[in-house]
Design a protein around this ligand. Structure first.
Ligand SMILES: [Zn+2]
Length: 359
């Protein structure tokens, strides 16, 4: 393994060796383990250098950008009153080129404690805003296109998995499509009771990988905003490969940026300006000038199906004859051509795309 667990750093109370009991202790589990990463989480190289450091200044100053969740971070071990020197660095791997944090703090355990034990989880789930509706529309578009890709290989009995199902919004968008099976997997199950309460009964929720293997294989798998949050992204990509049927489709989304953008981001971090992509939750960010997210997925047995605005290239191409009458679509068509060229050259740098399992 690339990581070493350490205890009692930055005031964390650890329970090293304790076994998580997901399923029986909903929301109660808290490991408080802090993982120090001594190797690249993707290629295991020990050849890396620090690009920038996020400390008290960065997390606590400036109200612009993402909000600093003080309670959650204190539970996860970032208590700057007790430990003013607590900091998280972004490293750049000299072997594969990805950017990764030098530490993994137990954020999910803190979420589980906050949202699993109280009504806060339900309140978070029920809150709505214009942005959340816009986001829901985007998700529905992606999910319906994923289903349409899955139908290429199957008559109608589609089995769908949302790997890292979070609060279950995407499961609910699949649930209206009369699919054979809709399964949500999440390592942390603190939101399961809320999902069960508000969504249709035909959704299967599990945090047990053995159960997942028994239910699978799946025709389509959604893996949205998961790869950047896990301590070992290789486990996730190999899980998804194994859980997909041959020729099955997946949707991936995770941050993948240019090296020049990362350098600019790091300058902002040093100035105390908050950067959308750089925080304690983004444990790795792919590098478009070295190992982009799509290259990483491709290396793990997938053919990339590029998407524009959540619509896969294959589906747009089918409608090209009707699009040509509309001036506004010329730009889009040129983008598609550019993307298809990039795919041929394997240099596409999408951070959100569909992918077909090469069988
Ligand atoms: Zn690496």
């Amino acid at each position: 393994m690339a990581d070493a667990k350490v205890s009692n750093t930055f005031g964390l109370k650890t329970r090293v060796g304790s076994t998580p009991t997901f399923g029986t202790n909903q929301g109660k589990y808290m490991s408080n383990d802090l993982i120090i990463r001594s190797k690249c989480p993707v290629c295991s190289s020990t050849d890396f250098y620090a690009m920038c450091t996020m400390g008290k200044e960065y997390f606590e100053t400036s109200k612009k950008g993402w909000n600093y969740k003080k309670t959650r971070n204190i539970i996860a071990g970032m208590d700057f009153e007790k430990n003013p020197n607590m900091e998280i660095k972004y490293n750049k791997c000299l072997q594969c080129g990805i950017f990764f944090t030098d530490k993994v703090i137990p954020i999910e355990d803190a979420f589980a404690k906050i949202y699993g034990d109280t009504k806060l989880g339900e309140e978070m789930f029920l809150s709505s805003s214009v942005n959340s509706i816009i986001d829901a529309v985007r998700r529905i578009r992606i999910n319906s296109n994923l289903v349409s890709l899955g139908l290429k290989n199957s008559n109608s009995n589609l089995k769908v998995l949302d790997y890292g199902c979070g609060n279950g919004w995407d499961l609910s968008s699949f649930s209206n499509l009369k699919l054979e099976k809709i399964v949500g997997y999440n390592k942390y199950n603190y939101m399961f009771p809320v999902i069960k309460k508000y969504f249709q009964k035909n959704i299967i929720l599990t945090s047990d990988k053995n159960e997942l293997n028994k239910i699978g294989p799946f025709d389509i798998i959604r893996c949205n905003s998961v790869l950047e949050h896990v301590s070992d992204p290789n486990v996730v990509i190999s899980d998804i490969y194994k859980l997909l049927k041959p020729g099955g489709y997946a949707y991936f989304s995770a941050p993948s940026i240019k090296f020049s953008e990362m350098k600019k981001n790091c300058k902002d971090v040093e100035k105390g300006i908050k950067v959308k992509n750089l925080h304690e939750g983004h444990l790795q960010i792919w590098n478009n000038n070295a190992l982009s997210l799509s290259k990483f997925v491709h290396q793990n047995g997938f053919k990339i199906v590029p998407a524009i605005g959540g619509v896969p290239f294959e589906n747009i191409a089918n409608n090209l004859s009707s699009l040509r009458f509309f001036l506004g679509h010329i730009y889009r068509a040129s983008e598609i051509l550019k993307e298809s060229m990039k795919i041929k050259l394997r240099i596409n740098n999408h951070s959100a795309f569909f992918a077909k399992k090469i069988s």
